[in-house]
Design a protein. Structure first.
Length: 138
């Protein structure tokens, strides 16, 4: 490999590192043009604060605000996934989306009640919805 070729490869690698290879940012606003893969990455990013929460940790007002935003984002992404992709997938795909919606509603109810134990159970339910879909479709 020549020095010039090596410099070109290094420049492209650095450029892609700064710009990124993907068209969608996981935490960016939904545009309606994201791929299913991009939406799933966004869902993973949005749900991370819920899944990373320590079991039994008390809920502060700051936690409730942040986790409500996370759960609401998961809900919005799930709605986009269901609307845009469920029709082209097997019927079980829509069933998984319904299960995820139910889990998200349970999380939001627990957050509204500021009930840490209910939040832990609801997050487990949400994780089960994610896992069952991944088991079949990932």
């Amino acid at each position: 490999m020549t020095v010039r070729s090596l410099l070109t490869v290094c420049s492209l690698t650095l450029g892609l590192g700064f710009v990124g290879c993907k068209g969608a940012k996981p935490d960016g606003p939904l545009t309606g043009t994201e791929s299913l893969h991009d939406l799933m990455e966004s869902m993973e990013s949005a749900s991370k604060p819920l899944f990373d929460r320590s079991a039994g940790a008390a809920l502060t007002d700051v936690d409730v605000t942040a986790l409500t935003a996370s759960a609401s984002r998961v809900q919005a992404i799930n709605a986009a996934v269901k609307t845009r992709f469920a029709g082209s997938k097997p019927p079980t795909f829509a069933a998984h989306a319904e299960q995820l919606e139910k889990g998200t509603q349970e999380v939001l109810a627990a957050l509204t009640a500021k009930d840490a134990a209910a939040l832990q159970a609801a997050t487990k339910s949400l994780g089960g919805a994610c896992g069952s879909c991944h088991k079949e479709f990932k």
